[in-house]
Design a protein around this ligand. Structure first.
Ligand code: ZN
Length: 289
């Protein structure tokens, strides 16, 4: 199944992309794609519901905004330096253990929403990534059982402000959490749709120029390893998002480095997980600051 969400910001409704490609509104099912949905086997229940109701679901027009493919989760956990060539371009070693950091969940947005370059930013950068969505509560799980805890996969752009991340002291979270820095989707593909998540091409262009083009086969730590590893330190909750790291080709690694400016168009995609497109624009005060 391919799950998506649509409508106005913070008022999205749940939808499903049917096998024939039609996007339909499944509000009639009565649940959005959040923690409770995944925790109560919502994927199976929705699949069954669709068999009797799918034909009667209203079609969602192509012009309707696509929202983030899950409800704002308890955590967006990111893995740093998980592709060897990206670690090299960042001037860092492949870490002995995974680098783990959070993104504020308020950075979540739709896959085609504008990227807002933060106030004062000079170094807003892109990072195409495969994201994993957790389907069941996971505490101290083994690598062998880890994939049972995965609901599905989606496309993510782990936007990063490099000055905030590296030059302002402390943890990376400051450079990772600005509004619109986590466009997620266009859809969540359940695990049955993606037989091998470790062999997916992922790519990203800026203004039509290909800058990232790699494959998830190059991940240093694979998905079962990461799910098991993270579950030793925190409970993974249904709906949580794990972003598995970015391959080489980010702006920081270019010589000279290159960062986004208003008007730039960023497009990205992963095999089987669709494409997304963000146009950069400058932060504008809403007049209250
Ligand atoms: Zn990243």
């Amino acid at each position: 199944m391919k799950l998506f969400r649509f409508g106005t910001i913070d008022d999205e409704k749940p939808g499903v992309i049917l096998k024939d490609g039609r996007r339909v509104d499944v509000s009639g099912f009565g649940e959005d794609y959040g923690e409770k949905f995944f925790a109560t086997d919502g994927l199976s229940r929705l699949q069954r519901w669709l068999q009797s109701h799918g034909d009667r679901c209203p079609v969602v027009g192509a012009a309707v905004r696509t929202g983030p493919c899950v409800v704002r989760p308890s955590k967006i956990i990111c893995i740093g330096l998980n592709y060897a060539r990206h670690a090299a371009e960042s001037g860092m070693e492949i870490p002995k253990e995974p680098v783990v950091f959070f993104k504020a969940t308020s950075s979540l947005c739709g896959p085609n929403d504008d990227l807002i370059i933060p106030k004062g930013s000079q170094k807003t950068d892109w990072e195409v990534e495969l994201a994993v969505v957790i389907g069941k509560r996971a505490t101290y799980v083994t690598q062998d059982e880890a994939m049972e805890f995965v609901a599905g996969y989606c496309l993510h752009n782990d936007y990063s402000e490099r000055e905030f991340q590296f030059d302002r002291g402390g943890q990376w979270v400051k450079g990772k959490s600005c509004d619109t820095f986590a466009p997620l989707g266009p859809f969540l593909a359940t695990t049955d749709e993606i037989p091998d998540p470790h062999n997916l091409r992922l790519w990203l262009t800026v203004n039509g120029e290909t800058l990232q083009d790699s494959n998830t086969s190059d991940l240093v730590c694979n998905i079962p390893y990461l799910v098991s590893y993270l579950s030793q330190f925190m409970t993974l909750v249904p709906g949580d998002v794990i972003s598995t790291g970015t391959p080489a080709g980010v702006g920081l690694g270019l010589k000279p480095p290159r960062y986004l400016k208003p008007g730039d168009t960023v497009e990205l995609g992963i095999d089987g997980l669709g494409t997304a497109r963000q146009i950069a624009r400058a932060y504008e005060s809403r007049g209250s600051l």
